[in-house]
Design a protein around this ligand. Structure first.
Ligand code: NAG
Ligand code: NAG
Ligand code: NAG
Length: 253
C-alpha cells in the first residue's frame, strides 16, 4: 500500500513491519502525553495506548512512500480504519542536517533519481506537494496525519537516504562513515525543534537498528549515556516527547 516505486518495492520489505505497540485505545483525541508511573496518559489522565504503523520516508526520494499511488487522505483514512492511531514516520538524518537534500523540491528529488512515472503519480494524486522542498513535504505529511487524528513518532532510521539496514552501509553504528554522533545529535535537536509546537508529534525514536562490524559494548554504553543527555536535549526542544532507543540490532519502542 505504501510503496512508491519499482526500485523501492524490494527495499521496503524490512521496513513494512506493523508496529503494534503499547496498544488499545484506537481513537484518542490528540493532546499532549506524559507518563504516570508505567503508563502513558493524556492531559485528562486517561491512559493512551499507541498503535503505530510504520510509514517509510527515509528512502532515496525522501518522501513518504505511496503518495504517487493515492491521495494522502485516502491512505490516512485507511490507516485509521485498520485500527491504528499513530504512524512511525521514518526519516534520514540528512533530511535534518544536509541542506542540499532538504532543500530539493519533491520534483527535483524524483527527477534526479529518474523516477518520472512516480512523479507523474504524485502530480495526479497529491499535486500540492510537487514544488515543496523535501523538508516542507515532511512537515506537510506530519500536519496531514494530525488532521486525520493520527499521532506521529519521528523515527531516525538512517543517515544517508536509502534502504536500511545492512551491517556494511556505513550507517550502522556510532563512528561509522555516515554516523557521526555530533551530527546525529544536531539532527535530532533540529527535528525536535521543528516540531516543537506540533501536538500530534508525540515521540521520537532516536535511531533505528544499531548494527555492523563497528559496534562494541563500551561505545554503546558511552553513547547511551550521551543518549540520556540527548533525550533531555530533545525534551528541551520539544516539551512533551517520548524518546526510544534500540538496545542492539532491533527496534525498541
Ligand atoms: C549532503 O548530501 C550530499 C548528497 O548526498 C552529499 O554529497 C554530501 O556529502 C552531503 N554533505 C554532508 C555534509 O554530509
Ligand atoms: C510548480 O512550479 C512550476 C514552475 O516551477 C509551475 O509551473 C507549477 O504550476 C507548479 N505546480 C504547482 C502544483 O504548484
Ligand atoms: C518549544 O515551545 C515551547 C512552548 O511553545 C516554548 O516555551 C519553548 O521555548 C520552545 N522550545 C524551543 C527550543 O523552541
Amino acid at each position: 500500500m505504501m510503496i512508491i516505486t519499482k526500485k523501492n518495492t524490494t527495499l521496503l520489505s524490512s521496513s513494512l513491519l506493523l508496529l503494534m505497540m503499547i496498544v488499545t485505545q484506537t481513537q484518542p483525541m490528540i493532546m499532549s502525553l506524559h507518563t504516570n508511573s508505567r503508563w502513558i496518559v493524556n492531559d485528562r489522565g486517561d491512559r493512551v495506548k499507541l498503535a503505530c504503523v510504520n510509514w517509510p520516508s527515509h528512502l532515496e526520494p525522501v518522501l513518504a512512500e505511496g503518495l504517487n499511488k493515492r491521495p494522502f487522505d485516502a491512505i490516512a483514512k485507511e490507516i485509521v480504519e485498520m485500527g491504528f492511531n499513530c504512524v512511525r514516520l521514518t526519516w534520514p538524518l540528512y533530511l535534518a542536517t544536509n541542506d542540499s537534500i532538504s532543500s530539493l523540491t519533491v520534483q527535483q528529488s524524483f527527477c534526479n533519481l529518474g523516477l518520472s512515472d512516480s512523479l507523474t503519480g504524485i502530480a495526479d494524486n497529491n499535486p500540492s506537494i510537487i514544488n515543496l522542498s523535501l523538508i516542507q513535504a515532511f512537515q506537510w505529511v506530519v500536519r496531514k496525519l494530525g488532521e486525520n487524528n493520527l499521532m506521529v513518532i519521528l523515527d531516525n532510521h538512517i543517515s544517508v537516504p536509502g534502504w536500511c539496514c545492512s551491517g556494511r552501509d556505513g550507517n550502522g553504528f556510532f563512528g561509522d562513515e555516515y554516523f557521526n554522533p555530533e551530527q546525529w545529535l544536531e539532527g535530532l535537536a533540529k527535528m525536535a525543534t521543528l516540531f516543537n509546537n506540533t501536538q500530534n508529534v508525540v515521540g521520537m525514536s532516536l535511531r533505528n537498528e544499531l548494527r555492523g562490524h563497528g559496534q562494541d559494548v563500551t561505545t554503546w554504553y558511552k553513547q547511551v549515556y550521551v543518549h540520556i543527555h540527548t533525550a533531555q536535549l530533545v525534551h528541551t526542544s520539544h516539551s512533551s516527547l517520548f524518546t526510544t532507543f534500540p538496545p542492539d540490532g532491533r527496534d525498541l519502542l
